[in-house]
Design a protein around this ligand. Structure first.
Ligand code: CUA
Length: 330
């Protein structure tokens, strides 16, 4: 009988491969460091395949080959060479290559005083502060924008527990440790959007601690950074104006900053341009008015134990107004 793989088996076997594609894949590098890691992966895989085939071939000869070949394989120098010298040489070369690649992002000198981005791991979101060459600090959250072709220093910190910054399309992961600043230099090589994720268990909603990576052409990035530095837009509609009044009256400004208003809290994400971000709640919800309303009322169900209280007492109409205001902050 001819061997035929069952359809279900093929589908099941192919399913895990789905995890290799998409916006959060180390197999689709968009940055220089990730490309180096990808080359390392291909090299190690290729060497492993060659060695595995070689060993399987030798086993086949030993089991079923002619006596003359078996005697050759049993020779002293084959045992010594294949069993000790070859593994030592191959593993040492791969180890040196691997260490060189893993050091690449953390030791590559980024433009000394050039721009840097400080990313602080919070409970459970990312504070992202862009520091420009002239010393301006522009605060944002849960989204990392990068100029294509320019190496950027990322300074990784935490003010609570250990998190791990991981944007697989950009570079390897690096821990964010309280009381320390870990540095990595990344360089986006093509424009596009990808996704990053906290890679160190940091408590309850660790799995909901994600962020977007948006690599933009350098000119567009500079223009974006200029607009990000501006104070918040003035609301235009009646509803958005009412939303702003409710936002301020309900104490939201105690935790959130909206530049250009009296809201200047530093506990939660800066919301000055929150409407322009790609997600809410650090990659938890899409960014639209309905999601804002859901988040404000049900955030403790959506992301349990985050530091924001659930505003269950707001009327539907009030929620809608605040949501309209926030969504308009682009
Ligand atoms: Cu932060 Cu896991």
């Amino acid at each position: 009988m001819r061997w035929r793989p069952c359809t279900a088996c093929v589908v099941l076997a192919a399913l895990p491969l789905g995890g290799c594609a998409g916006i959060q894949s180390a197999l689709q590098p968009m940055g220089r460091e990730a490309a180096e890691i990808y080359r390392l992966l291909l090299t190690v895989t290729a060497v492993s395949v060659v060695i595995t085939l070689l060993v399987l071939g030798l086993i086949a000869v030993v089991l079923w080959g002619p006596q003359r070949w078996r005697d050759r394989i049993a020779a002293h120098w084959v045992i010594l060479g294949g069993g000790i010298v070859l593994p030592v040489v191959v593993l040492s070369v791969l180890l040196a290559y691997g260490l060189a690649v893993l050091e690449a992002g953390t030791t590559r000198p980024a433009h000394g005083n050039g721009p840097a981005i400080i990313i602080v791991g919070k409970r459970w979101w990312w504070q992202v502060t862009y520091v420009t060459a002239d010393g301006r600090r522009i605060e944002s959250a849960n989204e990392l924008r990068l100029p294509v072709g320019r190496p950027v220093r990322l300074l990784l910190e935490s003010d609570n527990v250990i998190h791990s910054f991981w944007a697989p399309t950009l570079a390897g992961k690096l821990d964010m440790i309280p009381g320390r600043t870990n540095r990595i230099t990344v360089e986006a090589q093509e424009a596009g959007v990808s996704r990053g994720q906290c890679a160190e268990y940091c408590g309850g909603p660790h799995a909901l601690m994600a962020f977007s990576v948006v690599a933009m052409p350098a000119d567009a990035y500079d223009a974006w950074l200029d607009s990000e530095a501006r104070p918040a837009q003035q609301p235009e509609s009646e509803q958005a104006l009412r939303g702003r009044a409710l936002f301020l009256a309900n104490g939201c400004g105690g935790c959130h900053t909206v530049r250009g208003t009296t809201a200047n809290g530093v506990i939660g994400p800066d919301l000055t341009h929150v409407g322009a971000r790609r997600s809410l709640g650090a990659g938890t919800l899409p960014n639209d008015a309905e999601a804002f309303a859901r988040w404000i009322r049900h955030n403790q169900t959506i992301k349990p134990d985050n530091l924001m209280p659930a505003y269950a007492y707001l009327a539907q109409e009030e929620l809608a107004a605040v949501a309209t205001y926030l969504e308009g902050l682009d």
